[in-house]
Design a protein around this ligand. Structure first.
Ligand code: FAD
Length: 214
C-alpha cells in the first residue's frame, strides 16, 4: 500500500538555469558545463528562487502517523487528501517489518536493535488493527456516519493524497527527512522522492542535497 507515484513534472535543470539567466536577459538552449557551474553556485549561495519554478506532482500513500510529520512541510506545497467523511472502504494499516528498541538518547527516537519480544508485539499490533477495522465496519453497519465511525481507526491507517511541490520545497523536505535523526518510516518516503528527483533533475538535485543525496 505504501506508494510514491510520479504524476507529472514541469521543468528540468535547464528551467532553473534560465530562471537565473533572465537577470541578464540571456537564455541557454541546452545544458552546458557552464550551466552546471551556475546551478552549483545558486545552490551553494542560497540563491533559491530559480529552484522554485520546477513543479513536481506525486500521488502518495503513507500511514497517518507519517503523513502528520510530512504535512509539517508547508511552504511550496499544495495537497489534497482522501476524506474519510466520504469514503468508507475498508481501511488498510501499515505494519512495520520489525519493532525497534528505544534509544538511550531520547532525541534519537529509536535504536537499530529489534525488541526481544518482536513476534509477540507484532501479533498485538495486528490484533488491534484487525479489531479496529472490525469495529469500524460494525459502526457503519449500525448506520453511524463515516465521519464519526473513523474516530476509532488507528494512526497506522494509510491515507492517500496528491501533492504538488516546487523543486526547492522537495529539497528542503528531503534534507530534513533523509537525516538519520528523522523517524525511520518517514526517511523511506523521502528516499523514494529523492530517487525520482535525482533522475529528473540530476544537476540541481545533487547540488541542493549535497551529501544528503539518496
Ligand atoms: C527530525 C525532526 C524532528 C522534529 N520534531 C518536532 C517536534 O518534536 N515537534 C514539532 O512540533 N515539530 C517537529 N518537527 C517539525 C519541524 O519543526 C518543522 O515543522 C518541519 O521540519 C517543517 O519544516 P520546514 O522548514 O520544511 O517548514 P515549512 O513550514 O514548510 O517552512 C519552510 C521555510 O519557510 C520559512 N518559514 C515558514 N514559516 C515561517 C514563519 N512563520 N516565520 C518565518 N519563516 C517561516 C522557514 O525558513 C522554513 O524553513 C521535527 C522535524 C524534524 C525534521
Amino acid at each position: 500500500m505504501s506508494k510514491v507515484e510520479l504524476l507529472g513534472v514541469f521543468g528540468d535543470d535547464l528551467m532553473v538555469v534560465n530562471a537565473a539567466r533572465v537577470s541578464f536577459r540571456k537564455e541557454s538552449k541546452a545544458m552546458t558545463p557552464q550551466d552546471e557551474r551556475l546551478i552549483k553556485y545558486l545552490a551553494r549561495n542560497n540563491h533559491i528562487t530559480p529552484f522554485f519554478h520546477p513543479q513536481i506532482q506525486f500521488r502518495i500513500c503513507m500511514p497517518i502517523f507519517v503523513a502528520r510529520e510530512w504535512y509539517r512541510h508547508q511552504i511550496g506545497f499544495a495537497r489534497n487528501e482522501v476524506s474519510r467523511r466520504y469514503v468508507d472502504e475498508k481501511p488498510e494499516c501499515f505494519v512495520p517489518d520489525v519493532l525497534r528498541r528505544r534509544d538511550s538518547n531520547v532525541k534519537q527516537g529509536s535504536s537499530n536493535e529489534v525488541v526481544a519480544d518482536n513476534d509477540k508485539c507484532m501479533d498485538l499490533i495486528q490484533k488491534l488493527q484487525d479489531d479496529s477495522i472490525e469495529l469500524y465496519q460494525t459502526l457503519l453497519d449500525h448506520d453511524v456516519c463515516p465521519e464519526q465511525a473513523r474516530i476509532i481507526l488507528p494512526q497506522s491507517m494509510y491515507t492517500e493524497f496528491i501533492e504538488t511541490g516546487s523543486l526547492a520545497a522537495y529539497a528542503r523536505l528531503c534534507r530534513l527527512r533523509l537525516d538519520p535523526h528523522a523517524q525511520k518510516e518517514i526517511q523511506v518516503y523521502a528516499d523514494m522522492i529523492s530517487s525520482i528527483l535525482s533522475e529528473k533533475f540530476p544537476v540541481s538535485w545533487k547540488c541542493l542535497l549535497g551529501d544528503n543525496i539518496a
